[in-house]
Structure formats: structure tokens, C-alpha cells
Unconditional design. Structure first.
Length: 431
């Protein structure tokens, strides 16, 4: 288990490129199961969840080859297994994404249920209800979802009770090869869903309305091979912009479409930062102490839950009191206690955190508990006085490609140590 050591107090400035998005690349990779041909993937981030998905596809019998770190080829035509076993997918929440594609392709699937995680329950009942409406028979046996559609899937009208990102992706993929028309109402509108729909269309799928509440899919006989390119990781981009702002700096992230981050950038402007955007870049510059701003997480185009922890880190040093409301995940406040160890003043009340900005944070040993909670600790550490040691950084590695390298490029003093080394002796950055 690696640790990241940060000596705070450096003002970050400069320019970095956004990586491809984990949350877009995973559904694109799952979609390979539907394709009767070879798919070339571009801008695939080098992350643990991605290698888990590739291992799964290879285990099912697909040919998976790397061109370089960010480009790979997947051909699922040789695949014969319609399963996603626990041992292979237990660390990847997105394992449920292969359920729709496997069922569409093989008429059967056995997929290990994603467990709960630190941020809360991760139910998939709406995915299952949708697949049943399309003709599947589904049982849960010993932690696995066992699904059959011996006569194939048929189009259906599905109204989601609640906006679900993975649910929308799963049913959209299942519907692409189903017979007839599927209508998905109250669909999620995240940019990652548009990325998936665009990619599937380029391989022959008939999908309309992605990016809106209603998606209409007319099933087709087959998808042909081709290319899929992952969109920029908007959450990663926003995290680096926040790193600039929390240290009083000026950071530009390139290769990212700013329209994906409107809610976040609007709140950042309210804190008093200067935000400049171009077609494919975002620049944020701090102008003195941030002002406190309230946020409430919502499905896209609302403020993303995946940025709640990072925004809270900014608010720990803001002038005034901000109210942070989490409406998507009941337990996504694991960072609060760790931020408190660094001197933050945060009171929890149900799904709301009341953050009273303080003058300074102090470095401390802290523990990462989930992906974005870890990012918030890194942000706090960059602004804190002294040294912070963040342990359990495997959480960060699920979503941030080369984080030390990127932050170092912006001027941060950050280093990774593996516990196999004597990190207590070798870790200090003040040499
Ligand atoms: C709407 C939303 O912001 N979704 C976030 C969610 O996506 P993810 O796809 O993981 O989760 P969903 O969008 O499906 O879940 C949204 C909400 O619906 C509930 N639910 C979902 C499916 C289901 O069958 N039954 C059910 O009750 C969940 O408990 C949650 O409260 O986590 C990802 C990782 O942090 C984020 O990138 C997504 O932005
Ligand atoms: C929690 C996240 O991912 P996952 O759904 O893979 O757990 C995230 O991307 O913030």
C-alpha cells in the first residue's frame, strides 16, 4: 500500500492535459462485448479499474492488445464466456456495466453484484427491472446476478424511478441489439452517456436523444468494428483546477470541453476566482481568499457528486460558512473526519455538511477512504502548513492517472512511497 507525502504551501501554476475519463472509458470497454468486429480505443487512462475491465474481457475470451499506454484494441468475437466472476471484478464498482451487453450478445449472463462501498449502497435494482421489461428472467444466486433471455431481448418503454448513470448506460447497451424500439425516460444526461451513445452510433447503432431525459434506441442486427475515443476526465480536470485555486495559484487544464463542468465553474466563479474558458481549455486563477459558497450535488447538469469532496476542501479555507449538501450518496462524507484532522471546521447534519472556513490547515497523517475523498485530502495537503502523509492511496489510483507527476509539473512538492521502503526515514520533502 503506497503513501503520498505532500509538503504544502507551494503556489501551483502552469498547464496540464486532462486524461481520458475512467467513468467514460469503462462503459466504452463494456460495449466491446456488443461489437462484431475489432474496436480501437483511444485516450484510455492508465488506471486500475481499466486494467480490471481488460482482464475481465480477456478472461471471457476477447483479444485485448495494447498499442501504447492510451490506445488499445479489443476484439470480443472469440469470447465465449458470459460471466463476470467475483474474484475478477470485486474491486470495480462498474462491473454491472457488462450485464446488459452480455445478455444482449449471449442471451445469458452471470455477473457478480457490485458490493457496497465507502460512499454508500450501490444498488442496481433499476437496471434489473429494465432488463426484465426487455424480456430477461433474473435471479440473484450467491451474490451473482443470473440472467437469461432465451428468446433475445425486446424493446420496451422504461421509466427510471430515479436518475441512474450506470443504469442508463447498461440499458442503452442492452437495447442496441434488442428487437424493436426501446425508450428510456428520466435517463441520465452525463457527458459520459453522450460519449457512449456517439461511440455506439459510429459502429452502427441507432440511438437518438442522448444528453436529454429521453433516449430512443432502435435495435439493429449487428455493430461493426471501428474506433471509440474517451472524452476528457472532467472530474480530474476540476480537481487540478481546484489544486491551483486552493494554493492561491493559476492553473490551466487543456484538452477538456468546459461545457462539461458548467455547474462547478459557476460555483468557482462565485468564490471569487477568475475562470477563463476556450473551446478545449479551462484556466482558473485565485484572487485572494476564497468566499464561502453553498453547493448541492445533483445529476448532470447539476453539481457532480464526484466533486463534492474536492469543493469541500476549498471551503475549509474560505471566508465564511458554506453548506454542502450531498443528495446522491448517503455516506459520501468520509473525508470530513480526515479534513478535521488537518484543522478543518466541519459539522455534519444528515446529508449536509456545514463548513466554517478557517485561516489555515496543518499537515497530518490522514487516510484515504474513497476515490474523491482522497482527492480532497490531497487538495487540503497542498494548502496546509507542513507535511501530510496520505495513506491507502490505491483509492486515488482508481481515478487519477500519474497524479504525483501532474501535480509536480504544477509546482507541488509531492512524492510517493511504497510501504516496502522505510518511508518514515525516506519520506521527508524538506531536504
Ligand atoms: C446520478 C449520479 O450523480 N450518479 C453518480 C453515480 O453513478 P452510478 O452509476 O454509480 O450510480 P447511479 O447514477 O446509478 O446512482 C444514482 C442514485 O440512484 C440510486 N440507484 C441507482 C441504481 C439503482 O438501480 N437503484 C438506485 O437506487 C443510487 O443509490 C444513487 O443514490 O456515481 C458515479 C461515481 O461516483 C458518478 O460519476 C455519477 O455521477
Ligand atoms: C466513486 C467513483 O467511481 P466508482 O463508481 O467507480 O466507484 C467516482 O468516479 O468518483
Amino acid at each position: 500500500m503506497d503513501k503520498i507525502i505532500i509538503r504544502g504551501g507551494e503556489v501551483l501554476s502552469g498547464t496540464i492535459e486532462a486524461s481520458g475519463a475512467k467513468n467514460a472509458a469503462l462503459p466504452l470497454l463494456a460495449a466491446a462485448i456488443l461489437v462484431d468486429g475489432s474496436v480501437t480505443y483511444r485516450r484510455i487512462p492508465h488506471l486500475k479499474d481499466i486494467s480490471t475491465m481488460m482482464t475481465l474481457l480477456a478472461w471471457q475470451g476477447a483479444e485485448v492488445t495494447y498499442d501504447d499506454q492510451h490506445c488499445l484494441h479489443v476484439d470480443t468475437r472469440p469470447a465465449t464466456k458470459s460471466e463476470a466472476p467475483y474474484e475478477l471484478v470485486k474491486t470495480m464498482r462498474a462491473s454491472s456495466l457488462v450485464l446488459g451487453p452480455l445478455l444482449a450478445r449471449f442471451g445469458e449472463a452471470k455477473v457478480s453484484l457490485p458490493g457496497g462501498c465507502a460512499i454508500g449502497a450501490r444498488p442496481i435494482d433499476m437496471h434489473l427491472k429494465g432488463l426484465e421489461a426487455m424480456g430477461a428472467e433474473i435471479d440473484v444466486e450467491q451474490g451473482d446476478i443470473v440472467a437469461h433471455a432465451p428468446n433475445g431481448l425486446s424493446g420496451a418503454h422504461i421509466v427510471f424511478d430515479q436518475v441512474t448513470v450506470t443504469g442508463t448506460e447498461n440499458l442503452m447497451m442492452a437495447a442496441v441489439l434488442a428487437s424493436g424500439m426501446t425508450v428510456l425516460d428520466n435517463s441520465a444526461r452525463e457527458p459520459e452517456i453522450v460519449n457512449l451513445a456517439d461511440s455506439l452510433r459510429s459502429l452502427g447503432a441507432d440511438i437518438e436523444g442522448d444528453g436529454t431525459n429521453r433516449i430512443v434506441i432502435q435495435g439493429v442486427e449487428r455493430l461493426h468494428g471501428g474506433e471509440m475515443t474517451t472524452i476528457a476526465d472532467r472530474i480530474e480536470a476540476a480537481t487540478y483546477l481546484a489544486a491551483g485555486v486552493i494554493t492561491g495559484g493559476d492553473v490551466t487544464v487543456t484538452d477538456v470541453d468546459p461545457s462539461m463542468l458548467e455547474a462547478f465553474l459557476a460555483r468557482l466563479k462565485e468564490t471569487g476566482c477568475t475562470v477563463e474558458t476556450g473551446e478545449d481549455y479551462i484556466r482558473c486563477k485565485a484572487n485572494g481568499r476564497l468566499k464561502a459558497v453553498d453547493i448541492s450535488t445533483l445529476p448532470h447538469p447539476g453539481f457532480p457528486t464526484d466533486l463534492q469532496a474536492q469543493f469541500m476542501a476549498l471551503m475549509t479555507l474560505a471566508d465564511g460558512t458554506s453548506v454542502v449538501r450531498e443528495t446522491i450518496f448517503e455516506n459520501r462524507f468520509m473525508h470530513v473526519q480526515e479534513l478535521a484532522r488537518m484543522g478543518a471546521n466541519i459539522r455534519l447534519d444528515g446529508n449536509t455538511a456545514i463548513v466554517t472556513g478557517c485561516e489555515r490547515l496543518q499537515g497530518a497523517p490522514v487516510m484515504a477512504t474513497d476515490l474523491r475523498a482522497s482527492a480532497s485530502l490531497v487538495l487540503a495537503a497542498l494548502a496546509a502548513e507542513g507535511e501530510t502523509v496520505v495513506s491507502r492511496v490505491y483509492h486515488i489510483d482508481r481515478g487519477y492517472e500519474r497524479i504525483e507527476e501532474k501535480l509536480s509539473k504544477l509546482g507541488a512538492r509531492i512524492k510517493r512511497h511504497s510501504v516496502s521502503e522505510n518511508w518514515m526515514q525516506g519520506a521527508r520533502l524538506d531536504a
